[in-house]
Design a protein. Structure first.
Lengths: 183, 578
């Protein structure tokens, strides 16, 4: 039985001693738990999960992205909601969504069960894409100069608001968008 | 001899030699820290009362300005001023060693004070409303970035001074192995150096950009470097808090460290892996690959989490050993029942360890998972997590040790001892309600840093998505919890300020029932390690700390349960994400 020291005192002599039974047991459990959690994110969930985090990204000039969003809106616009263009891209197609202080454009109409490739970027500062489907949200960081690319498959019809959840200036709380899913 | 006496005094309570320069600097840093804590606490109350929908106190301009200021003042200024005080204490007083370059300490203080005052003024006056994170291309005046950089340079000098003091003490033969408290602070100092350098690397280009010297900064690279500071700074808190936990355990129960090597390995795990936690903020960012995320977000296979689990076990185990040695041997938990619950340091240790572990640490590991982060990023769950670590954990621990260090360093009698005994419980109660309310609101998707989730002033695309009764209940909890926690904070500030200004001067302040030998190394038993054959057989199948093992296993089971629930929650998101 070696001498133990107060944590506030200078340990004297050789204080190193082998781990006791208690420490070995707890240390082993801690290591096993660490490895288990790592296996979960590295192997298990990628194999079984339906919600994957496989963001792709491109660099782009904000003006270039704005031009592509304009083109996207012109091609597929079917109406207007509160002055924001309403766009219905073809099932399985690309969706351009542009954030700026303090709005998302356009409003997007999707078909249930189809998979769409979302290309999201910002015209000015950083924003947060937060798609709300209470009690859940799907959140991605949106940076100017980068396109955040994700594939989304809506499974329920309805209206889904998009909130900005990265502080983007004094009008941050005014920033809303919308995705409409139809059968 | 008289000259030496003017430079040092022998503490009549602890027997430690106290360097007068170190003492004055600890006073300066600690008092400044408490002033920032008070400012941040007032802002906290105003912010919480705004997010409580029934009150919705502030107009939006002040709300965003105050959230920015609150973040900076609490996460950086209060904490780092207090930690530099701790670094000075750990590298001089605790070692009975002299301060090597007092002037460097004052330069550190001057830079940190100047930088923090200017930054606080610019933020609170609405000139730099860019939040704690100041993500470009959101722009603040150049003076803001410059003032934060000046603060960072000051803090880096504080760390350099800490190392100089340690090396000086070592060279003079004042210290061989460091006390575990100081060893953990050394870990904190190494993490701090790395973090502050990363922050300087992030902010320097932004300063140049705001001055017009360079045309732009890459927002993705900024986030990578910035979070080296933003998250790293919280890891300084973690290591410093662990030092304080061990210190409080030894002080209030006479605990001796279960196994020095085990605890020190855990500190080294922090130093090696914990800065990888910076990646937790970038899990849903563009520009990073899967394996960069997985390896970093898991602190390389959860090495740092293993470190924390070791401390979570070792600290109660050390208390259990000490209490069992005092004779409280019966059953699994007699030692815990008979622990000094009325001692503010012990109350702070237990509430801080419990809330940090169960609510702060577990939530951090969960939302730091690359997939689960998709449903938690930038929701209120994120600030809920770090309020449970930094406030319910670190701040509560720092408050707990202040009840001993302030009387001893200022040589004054603690005032309002009754308040001090109650304060840790009030604070913990408030933080628990606050944390549950904020965390659950976040889980329901409520965004952080948001003035109005009713969207009452929006013209187009309005929604009532956050009007559900559950969310109202959670945010009311946030408000009520914050009020209780702020009352706890006011009690702390009242006790400390009262002691510093009005406490009776004495060379032997009463500091509660602290262990008289906490600062004294036990002499090495003659003949080395295994010379106590009379050691009693252990009652519980050969385990030394059976009670702690049971508590730890229960904690691990709860951790696993919450972890599993979180994956289930992710799997119940109705949309497919690929």
């Amino acid at each position: 039985m070696a001498v133990r020291f107060s944590s506030l005192a200078k340990p004297q002599g050789t204080w190193w001693r082998p781990l006791g039974r208690d420490e070995r047991l707890w240390g082993a459990l801690a290591v096993i738990w660490g490895l288990a959690m790592f296996a979960m994110i590295a192997v298990i969930w990628p194999a079984i999960g339906r919600e994957q985090n496989r963001i792709q990204s491109y660099r782009i000039q904000p003006s270039e992205f704005a031009a592509r969003t304009d083109e996207f809106i012109q091609t597929y616009q079917i109406g207007e909601v509160d002055g924001v263009p309403l766009v219905a891209p073809p099932p399985g197609g690309d969706v351009y969504l542009e954030a700026r202080a303090f709005a998302w454009r356009p409003v997007i109409q999707l078909k249930r069960g189809e998979t769409y490739r979302f290309l999201i970027s910002s015209r000015d500062v950083q924003h947060g894409f937060s798609l709300v489907m209470a009690p859940h949200t799907i959140n991605f960081q949106i940076l100017p100069g980068f396109v955040t690319v994700i594939q989304l498959t809506p499974e329920d019809a309805g209206e889904y608001p998009i909130v900005c959840n990265e502080y983007c200036g004094l009008g941050h709380h005014l920033m809303l968008g919308r995705i409409v899913v139809t059968d | 001899m008289q000259a030496v006496a003017a430079l040092q005094r022998r503490c009549q309570v602890t027997g430690l030699l106290v360097d007068r320069s170190a003492e004055r600097q600890i006073m300066a840093f600690a008092v400044t820290a408490v002033v920032y804590l008070a400012i941040g606490g007032i802002l906290a109350l105003l912010i919480a009362l705004t997010r409580w929908p029934a009150v919705h106190l502030l107009p939006y301009e002040s709300f965003y300005a105050f959230v920015s200021t609150h973040g900076m003042v609490m996460l950086i200024f209060w904490i780092i001023f207090f930690e530099v005080a701790g670094l000075i204490f750990g590298s001089t007083v605790l070692l009975s060693a002299r301060m090597v370059v007092p002037a460097l300490g004052w330069i550190t203080y001057g830079l940190m004070l100047a930088g923090s005052v200017v930054a606080t003024y610019l933020m609170i006056s609405g000139q730099a409303v860019v939040m704690f994170t100041s993500y470009p291309p959101l722009k603040a005046p150049p003076l803001y970035y410059a003032s934060v950089l000046v603060f960072a340079v000051g803090a880096i000098l504080g760390i350099v001074h800490f190392v100089i003091n340690l090396v000086g003490a070592r060279l003079r033969g004042d210290v061989g192995s460091l006390p575990l408290f100081t060893f953990a602070l050394l870990g904190a100092a190494i993490i701090a150096l790395w973090s502050l350098l990363s922050g300087a690397a992030a902010l320097l280009p932004v300063l140049l950009w705001s001055l017009g010297v360079i045309p732009s900064v890459d927002p993705g690279v900024y986030r990578l470097l910035y979070w080296g500071l933003g998250h790293g700074a919280q890891q300084i808190n973690l290591a410093a808090m662990v030092a304080v936990w061990y210190g409080l355990a030894s002080l209030t129960t006479g605990a001796k460290v279960l196994n020095e090597g085990f605890s020190r390995i855990a500190i080294i795990l922090y130093v090696l892996f914990i800065n990888m936690g910076a990646m937790h903020h970038l899990l849903v960012d563009p520009g990073l690959g899967t394996w960069v995320r997985n390896m970093n977000a898991s602190y390389f296979m959860y090495g740092a989490v293993i470190g924390s689990l070791i401390h979570a076990f070792s600290i109660p185990a050390s208390v259990e050993l000490a209490m069992r040695e005092k004779g409280f041997r019966r059953g699994l938990f007699t030692w815990l029942r008979r622990a000094p619950w009325g001692e503010p340091g012990f109350a702070a240790l237990v509430t801080s360890l419990f809330l940090f572990g169960v609510m702060g640490g577990v939530s951090g590991v969960i939302i730091g998972t690359p997939f689960i982060n998709m449903i938690s990023h930038n929701t209120l769950l994120v600030p809920a997590h770090f309020h449970m670590t930094v406030v319910a954990g670190t701040t509560a621990a720092f408050m707990g040790i202040s009840y001993y260090l302030v009387p001893l360093i200022f040589q004054r009698e603690l005032v309002l001892r009754g308040w001090a005994k109650l304060q840790p419980y009030v604070y913990a109660l408030g933080m628990t309600i606050f944390g549950l309310g904020m965390g659950l609101a976040g889980h329901w998707g409520v965004p952080r840093r948001h003035w109005d989730i009713t969207f009452s002033t929006v013209s187009g695309l309005r929604t009532d998505i956050y009007q559900q009764p559950e969310i109202t209940v959670f945010l009311t909890g946030l408000g009520i919890g914050a009020i209780i926690a702020v009352i706890g904070g006011v009690m702390f500030v009242a006790v400390i300020v009262g002691t510093v200004l009005l406490g009776r001067r004495t060379a032997t302040p009463a500091v509660g029932k602290i262990a008289p030998d906490a600062f004294i190394p036990v002499p090495v038993a003659a003949g080395g390690g295994d010379t106590e054959p009379g050691e009693a057989e252990h009652a519980h199948e050969g385990f030394e700390v059976p009670g702690t093992l049971v508590l730890s296993l229960a904690f691990l089971a709860l951790f696993a349960l919450l972890y599993a629930i979180s994956w289930y929650e992710l799997s119940s998101v109705p949309w497919g994400i690929r």
